[in-house]
Write a protein that binds this ligand. Structure first.
Ligand SMILES: [Cu+2]
Length: 213
């Protein structure tokens, strides 16, 4: 049977309905920039947002990994969500012995080559400094965040995070920060962009500063 009314409008109505069903809830974008006093951008800074209400959505943290390449941890800093499991694949043709003494996660992966048997689950928030028992200069960092909204700054010192509408505290972390940065309170409206800029002071460890490995 032929529909008599609005034959040309109907397809448009259907399209709108389909879009509203299939698109995810509207998000705001947090655009953060991190630099030092001179204006130089700081890469590898973790930026994360926590709802002011303290209520976090139920999420399943993504598994992650921290490689060892040419006797270095790659990447230097890796953010993961609370509860995430992390693998430590060894991509060198020698053995490494990865460990941490950090309160957020102390662990020890005895000398191994290839992919270590068991991933490590990070079950407390905070920084976890990584070392290798064989190669003293190998230093890497995992930072465990509580919320699912986090990112790491790129070479231009920029990070972007999509946020559901609401109010948040935005915090940052880098292993060489001299002092904790004051959290910035923001309000995220649907489809809006919030820009925040952080100025930080860095104090690289002397061994790293002298050694351009
Ligand atoms: Cu090693």
């Amino acid at each position: 049977m032929r529909r008599p009314a609005f034959p040309t409008v109907a397809p448009a109505v259907v399209l709108v309905l389909v879009l509203s069903v299939t698109t995810t809830p509207r998000a705001a974008t947090l655009a953060a920039t991190v630099s030092v006093a001179g204006g130089e951008p700081v890469p590898q800074v973790i930026v994360h947002a926590t709802p002011v209400s303290g209520k976090l959505p139920p999420t399943s943290p993504k598994a992650s990994q921290m490689d060892q390449v040419d006797k270095e941890f790659v990447p230097f800093v890796q953010p993961v969500q609370l509860g995430a499991s992390v693998r430590f694949p060894n991509k060198d043709n020698i053995r490494h012995h990865v460990y941490s003494f950090s309160p957020a996660k102390a662990f020890d992966l005895k000398l191994y080559s290839g992919t270590s048997a068991k991933p490590v689950v990070f079950d407390k928030p905070g920084p976890v400094a990584l070392g290798c028992n064989i190669h003293d200069w190998m230093v890497g960092h995992i930072y465990v965040v509580e919320s699912p909204w986090f990112a790491k700054t790129d070479k231009a010192g920029k990070a972007a995070i999509d946020l559901p509408p609401g109010e948040y505290f935005v915090k940052i972390w880098h292993p060489w920060m001299k002092a904790d940065a004051t959290p910035v309170r923001i309000k995220a409206d649907a489809d809006g962009e919030i820009r925040t800029a952080f100025r930080i002071e860095l104090a690289p460890p002397p061994a790293i500063a002298q050694d351009k490995r």
